[in-house]
Write a protein that binds this ligand. Sequence first.
Ligand code: GLV
Length: 335
Amino acid sequence: MKPVVYVTRTIPEVALTLLRQYCEVIYRDEMAPPSREELLKNVLNVDAIYCTLNEKIDREVVDASPRLKVVGTMSVGVDHIEVEYATSRGVYVVYTPGVLTETTADLAFALMLATARRVVEGDRMIREGKWKLAWAPTMMLGYDVHGKTLGIIGLGRIGVAVARRAKGFNMKVYYYDVNRRKDIEDELGVQYLELQNLLKISDFISIHVPLTPETRHLIGEKELRMMKPTAIVVNTSRGPVIDEKALVKALREGWIAGAGLDVFEMEPLPPDSPLVDLPNVVLTPHIGSASYDTRNMMAQYAAEGIIKVLKGEEPENLYNRDVVKIRPLHLVKMV
Ligand code: GLV
């Protein structure tokens, strides 16, 4: 009998084809994520769940799925999964690190440039028929990016990829991380700073930490007040890392100059969010990894991880390595 995998929503074909070679696939071919009710109902008789970051895989879901052996998420973030609980129940968690690094760093840089150089405001000005002066010495002035100081919060894979790009822009790069990265310091010439010092010194601040209880509201009112009035904050990690209320206040009252945001405390961002009315903010709808190539790679990587576990082999994209002690792989093997 083939293992059963529940795919929560429409995914790239490449992953579906792969899953169908080894599994019986319950495919929910819908762009929107399932309701909580639907999710709980559909996981009842499955061996694997293929999900995205929009489905909360908490203890209730794990408990609703007595046969569950593996959860594969098409994301590098796993904050939507109660990993510790899954581990305690012998449920493997696979994810998609590495394959989206460069694409996400590209977007962080795009947001940095777009916010500093007022690209979206300029576009709006033309579309709204407000471009009256062909060229004017003081029209739409913004901030240079090249040669400025970048503070990276979280020097993991994506933070490093942003640092590499910044070097090409001749930027001075500092970072803060709970782990000191001497290898990267030597290789790229980036310097470590305590968070407060980094906030005070940076022209641009780009956030690349995972969302954990420790990083929730890591950037709040106190931190925003430490930044330069000309600083621009970019967030492509998770919305709740920044206290959004405090950020709105900072942007309105000019404690900082602008923000480029791909992630929000609530997604989709409610249309009545005060962020929408601020001219010094560039907003994108959580598209950090959204290139054709990268989404195909992510989809495939998550599927490969699920299949490996079901074959009784340890996948390289296993997040909770401790799970092998709770349920060894030979006991999971189904294909
Ligand atoms: C996207 O936000 C991801 O975690 O992959």
